[in-house]
Design a protein around this ligand. Sequence first.
Ligand SMILES: Nc1nc2c(c(=O)[nH]1)N[C@H]1C(S)=C(S)[C@@H](COP(=O)(O)O)O[C@H]1N2
Ligand SMILES: [Mo]
Length: 394
Amino acid sequence: MKAPPGPFQPGFFRSPIRGPWLTGVLGLILLVLTSIVALTGFLSHMAYSPNLPGNAIVPADKDFPLILGWPASPTYLYAVTQGLHTNVGLMVIPFLLAKLWSVIPRLFVWPPATSPAQAVERLSIALLVSSSVFQLATGVANAQYWYPFKFNFVVAHYYGAIVFVASLAIHVIIKLPVVFQARRDREWMKPIREDLDEPTISRRGVIAFAGAGALTLLLGNAGQSLGGPLRKTALFAPRRDSGFPVNKTAKAAGITADMTGPDYQLVLRLGDRVTAFTREDLLALPQHTARLPIACVEGWTTTQEWTGVRLSELAKRAGAPNAQQVLVQSLQKAGVLRRASLGRDQIAADDALLALKVNGADLSLDHGYPARIIVPALPGVHNTKWVAEMTFQA
Ligand SMILES: Nc1nc2c(c(=O)[nH]1)N[C@H]1C(S)=C(S)[C@@H](COP(=O)(O)O)O[C@H]1N2
Ligand SMILES: [Mo]
């Protein structure tokens, strides 16, 4: 069978710097970066506590065997893991592009496969490349609040991660001998110093170029993860202009003035037992103040000073001093974020609050007035706003 014309012809790709050395170095860099991204991604999945009622976004997750509890300390736990996930994820992009460039001739080998083993290997690489591109594209789109796709982001990103990790594992196992061969070569750093005939860029140049790209993306985003005045430096972050971002406004959530007016009551439930509090009643309970971050899954963090009633105090008032879990429901009627469950550690934490105030003033309607959840180390998504009902399990 004759090779088709164009890129299938030998000599079509001419850069002399392509080869196992450049591909191998880029591969090692990517292995380190993507390991951090994958690990923190699965930690984020755990932080959602999908085993608790109302929390699972990925279907049938109750049965997932690896779900451990998520702790309520240290305070910045989720801000750190998710900050790493989003920022290191961005840094992967230029290195992945450089690596794909370095192996593009392989895409056009002719014949496409000479043995069943090679066909399987090429299939695993097709899965690896497509899942990497899919994860990065959907991750960036989500962090930009841009939803051109019709599927649910969390579900797609989760299954994409499983395909990615599985195909990466196969790829690493197949390529390990190549890496060790290069290492065994005493002069494995030599190619970086070598001069080649007429290259337009050196191997060192390619790596530096990708590194500069990664650094640019990092500097354009990291400020929103660190929060405070640094948020302004995050040029690529959609929420950079707000000192205290709002993801979903009261208007978008369908919260109206009459729902939060004088008729508002917080209802606590424990089995058949019902206890109700007006906002005045809540303000009359012991108040606690704590500086806590909201760490959003999209990678931004904001730290504020919250004041309100401890969740442990509410558990006691509901009749469940040792509550194992609580289902928190919002005044919001529609959408997955209208409710979320918290576990025992979240209820018991000293700083875990049903906040009534922030920075000394009443909550604004957009930040969850009359009352919202704020719990240390928890993903922002579970800090339910406009809380209407809390159903405890003793
Ligand atoms: N009822 C309700 N609570 C909610 C949300 C929501 O859409 N509805 N968004 C959550 C998400 S994703 C985040 S990051 C935080 C943001 O809180 P903020 O808007 O006060 O900054 O609220 C959480 N609480
Ligand atoms: Mo969020």
